[in-house]
Design a protein around this ligand. Structure first.
Ligand SMILES: O=C(O)COP(=O)(O)O
Ligand SMILES: [Mg+2]
Length: 226
């Protein structure tokens, strides 16, 4: 066990790009929203590069096909949001799959009675039904979605809220995520953080996480649970 992992007693997980590969369902809904706006479809990889700051940012970026677009509530964005919401809710779990070893590792952590949080920027209206459809809605002691508290990741708030609900100090709550928002949120909250290399974040090695893991199963080794 390394120094960073020695005092960890609880874990918080990001959802998209960490526990599940959801990009095909996100891209389908995004492209249907583009079609409704008279726009041509984008490649899945392009949509993946827009994921990480919640649904409103995703819709704004997808409609503009630009990383710089922000949600302003313009008519076209509001229409796009309604369209994306309807299409994504209709197909949350068509092609969404757990990454390898996720389910077995979550089961092991629960077996060892490690308190678990889910901390995602995905809004509750998608997160809660998706967790149910995936069969992991009862795996977490607390679910913090993108609109559960006032500020999303990269704010410290979702992890501070998770730590207080789990009744653990943030210094002993490990965050595991795939993007810069996960690392920034963890650093702001005082949580140790692991980055996964297989998700939607680009250049994770440069994020300055405590460690980068290439398979979810490596978490067990990091926590000395293997
Ligand atoms: O919905 C998003 O933007 C990303 O969600 P995540 O925080 O689970 O990666
Ligand atoms: Mg993510």
């Amino acid at each position: 066990m390394n120094e960073a992992s020695m005092s960890i007693i609880a874990c918080a997980f990001d959802l998209d790009g960490t526990l599940v590969d959801s990009i095909h369902d996100l891209a389908r809904a995004a492209n249907l929203a583009r079609a409704d706006a008279g726009l041509s479809p984008l490649e899945s990889d392009r949509v993946a590069s827009f994921v990480g700051d919640g649904a409103a940012s995703l819709v704004a970026r997808v409609l503009a096909d630009s990383h710089d677009a922000e949600y302003t509530g313009s008519d076209i964005q509001r229409e796009g949001m309604l369209s994306f919401n309807a299409h994504y809710l209709a197909g949350l779990h068509i092609a969404t799959r757990f990454y390898p070893k996720v389910l077995a590792t979550l089961h092991l952590l629960r077996e060892r009675q490690v308190p678990l949080a889910l901390v995602t920027n995905k809004p509750e209206r998608f997160t809660l039904p998706l967790l149910r459809e995936l069969g992991i809605d009862t795996h977490f002691d607390v679910v913090v979605a993108g609109d559960t508290v006032s500020n999303k990741k990269p704010s410290a708030d979702p992890l501070l809220y998770a730590a207080s609900r789990l009744n653990v100090p943030t210094s002993q709550l490990l965050m595991v995520g795939d993007s810069i928002n996960d690392v920034l949120s963890a650093r702001a909250a005082g949580c140790p953080v692991l980055a996964v290399s297989y998700g939607y974040g680009s250049d994770v090695e440069s994020l300055n996480a405590d460690a980068v893991i290439h398979s979810f199963a490596d978490l067990c080794e990091f926590l000395d649970l293997a």
